[in-house]
Ligand binder design. Structure first.
Ligand SMILES: [Zn+2]
Length: 137
């Protein structure tokens, strides 16, 4: 999503929300043999601050399918993940995302969120149930 920061500031509009559908980013799947079923849905909110920094909150949801990490049966997992990113018009700020002070593209943050959102293991329904029971005992 492109956020027209400068234009919004001129219009006195400092917050907003958006939704978009992204194709799964290429080459960013961590689990072997896993794939995304369909697209990645992204819901976003943003707020523009006095110093022109922009906070973007993203919530990704998608369906991950592949082999169960424990028993190798087919497994599907519905992933939902929230990620906060701060965009700043300062190239030297290594902790945040750079933008040019005019408009920003949330794509890089969405791709990072996609990487962080992936579970370390993918479990089928049976193994997920056993896993939940074991951690209760
Ligand atoms: Zn399993």
């Amino acid at each position: 999503m492109i956020i027209e920061v400068k234009r919004n500031i001129v219009a006195g509009k400092f917050t907003g929300s958006f939704e978009e559908i992204l194709p799964p980013p290429e080459g960013k799947l961590m689990l072997p043999l896993a794939k995304v079923e369909g697209d990645v849905h992204v819901a976003g909110e943003y707020e523009i601050f006095d110093d022109d920094s922009v906070e973007v909150k993203l919530t990704l949801s998608y369906k991950l399918s592949g082999e169960c990490s424990y028993c190798l049966e087919p497994a599907v997992s519905a992933v939902k993940y929230s990620y906060d990113a701060l965009f700043v018009p300062d190239r030297d700020d290594a902790d945040n995302y750079y933008y040019d002070g005019v408009k920003l593209d949330t794509r890089r943050a969405a791709e990072d969120a996609f990487v962080f959102s992936q579970p370390e293991v993918l479990l089928c329904a049976d193994c997920a149930r056993q896993n939940a029971q074991n951690s209760k005992n």
